[in-house]
Design a protein around this ligand. Structure first.
Ligand SMILES: [Fe+2]
Length: 309
């Protein structure tokens, strides 16, 4: 297959010393060579979106809305139009299309695997040992569309392929930007718990994304984006960690804070005490995780859509 051969025959990610120094610690820019790749031309992506809707529709999310506020909740958007309409009018309908699990298609799988293999080598981390869920996620967005402020569970390499846009990324360790209560709620009950604080916008690291560059976003680092006056295509090469310790500790802290509210209990954040972390992780692994797995299974059976971002 020519595309597979092309992906495997040359370096896709341009090496840089920042990978080993900053991986999952800091945001940083890098460069790639996918800008002219035929798999990311709009007609091919529209085929992929339609195929995703036909064969695993839970992996396709899209909406259309102009003048989206940075701090809007993603579950507040109006019902999405038919997919054909969203795709045909993408030039001016404010669309935001996310195709998850593009690696169901073997050609996109080859790109994902190639990128992950290179990221692994560059970062010095054997991703095969630490990844739980892999996701080749493609975003297609209308001119000037805002991607609302949020945090992700995934470790993310975002590659800009067509068009340009600005991304604003905040340090998750900044307790003013991302208070512990917000991150605990995110891991436990509300994907939109982190709230955008316009007065802290000047703490963002802002990167102009152009075709051929990309940015690494560590787990839980808040971010929002705005397209320039062009259609944008980006590939997010991302994965969740096999180790669920981080989530378990935040969830334990959420419940501790809630149940001990009368005494204003302030639980210790993760990664400060291995004893405290170990106890919380073990407890949540025994109680919360099996219940969550059963809940997920039921949603999958019903074909519910995946989380938008
Ligand atoms: Fe994100």
């Amino acid at each position: 297959m020519p595309v597979l051969a092309e992906a495997a025959s040359h370096q896709t990610i341009v090496p840089s010393a920042e990978f080993p120094q900053k991986f999952n610690r800091e945001a940083f820019l890098f460069h790639h060579t996918l800008t002219d790749h035929p798999l990311f031309k709009l007609p091919r992506l529209m085929e992929l979106a339609k195929e995703t809707q036909r064969t695993h529709k839970q992996d396709l999310y899209y909406d259309a809305g102009k003048d989206v506020a940075i701090g809007a909740r993603w579950d507040e958007f109006a019902p999405a139009p038919p997919l054909d309409e969203a795709l045909d009018r993408i030039e001016n309908n404010g669309a935001w299309i996310a195709i998850h699990q593009a690696q169901h298609d073997p050609e996109y799988a080859a790109i994902y695997d190639q990128c992950m293999s290179e990221f692994s080598e560059l970062s010095g981390v054997d991703f095969k040992k630490v990844m739980r869920v892999q996701d080749a996620l493609i975003f297609i967005t209308s001119p000037n569309r805002v991607t609302t402020y949020h945090i992700d569970r995934e470790c993310n390499f975002l590659l800009q392929i067509h068009g340009s846009k600005m991304i604003h990324i905040f340090d998750s360790k900044d307790g003013d930007v991302l208070p512990q209560e917000e991150i605990e709620r995110f891991w436990t009950v509300d994907n939109n718990a982190p709230r955008y604080k316009p007065e802290l916008q000047n703490r963002a690291r802002s990167y102009q994304l152009e075709p051929g560059n990309g940015v690494h976003i560590p787990v839980n680092w808040p971010h929002w984006l705005k397209n320039d006056n062009n259609i944008s295509v980006s590939l997010s090469v991302n994965f969740t960690w096999h180790d669920s310790e981080r989530g378990n500790i935040y969830r334990a802290n959420h419940y501790l804070r809630r149940f001990l509210k009368p005494i204003n209990f302030n639980p210790r954040p993760p990664f400060e005490s291995s004893l405290s972390d170990g106890m919380k992780n073990a407890f949540m692994a025994m109680t919360y995780n099996p219940a969550r797995a059963a809940n997920r299974f039921m949603h999958k059976l019903k074909g519910d859509p995946v989380r938008a971002r």
